[in-house]
Design a protein. Structure first.
Length: 153
């Protein structure tokens, strides 16, 4: 087995363990799994050398496993009764927020990668929109609760 793959797996397992051990405290300060792993990835990227073309496979494997775990974690947090209670909000997020996120992602991809074909930019934006929209979840929920209990309503 490749030693880089082993090292990446060990680091990733350590990050998952640290997050699992501190998840209760992190949830109190509104740090979600996606935000924690983005911060961890930024720290790792800052202290390690730049990746080369031969490490692309290892990076992709770690990214795929991370995304699968984050999406599974988010799906496990869904409560059907809460969705029923917030049906209007859920519909607005799906029918307005998600398409707007895709459009903004497409425009950002065209600015950052001007040589990228249009359809690839659309696919990139559509693929990233659902995962990126979930990252600020606790803040969105807090804002909704604040709006429902606001004194002027």
């Amino acid at each position: 087995m490749n030693t880089r793959v082993t090292a990446a797996a060990v680091v990733y397992a350590a990050l998952v363990l640290v997050f699992a051990a501190s998840a209760l405290w992190l949830s109190r300060v509104h740090i979600t799994a996606p935000i924690a792993f983005v911060i961890a990835g930024a720290v790792i990227a800052a202290v390690t050398p730049s990746p080369t073309a031969d490490t692309a496979g290892e990076i992709r494997a770690v990214a795929e496993v991370t995304l699968a775990l984050i999406l599974f974690h988010d799906a496990a947090q869904v409560r059907p009764r809460q969705i029923d209670a917030d049906r209007g909000l859920v519909l607005r997020l799906l029918l307005v927020g998600l398409p707007l996120t895709v459009v903004v992602g497409f425009l950002a991809a065209r600015v950052v990668f001007p040589a990228m074909p249009v359809m690839v930019a659309v696919l990139l934006a559509a693929a990233l929109a659902p995962t990126d929209a979930r990252a600020p979840g606790p803040w969105v929920c807090w804002c909704c609760r604040s709006w429902r209990t606001a004194w002027w309503r």
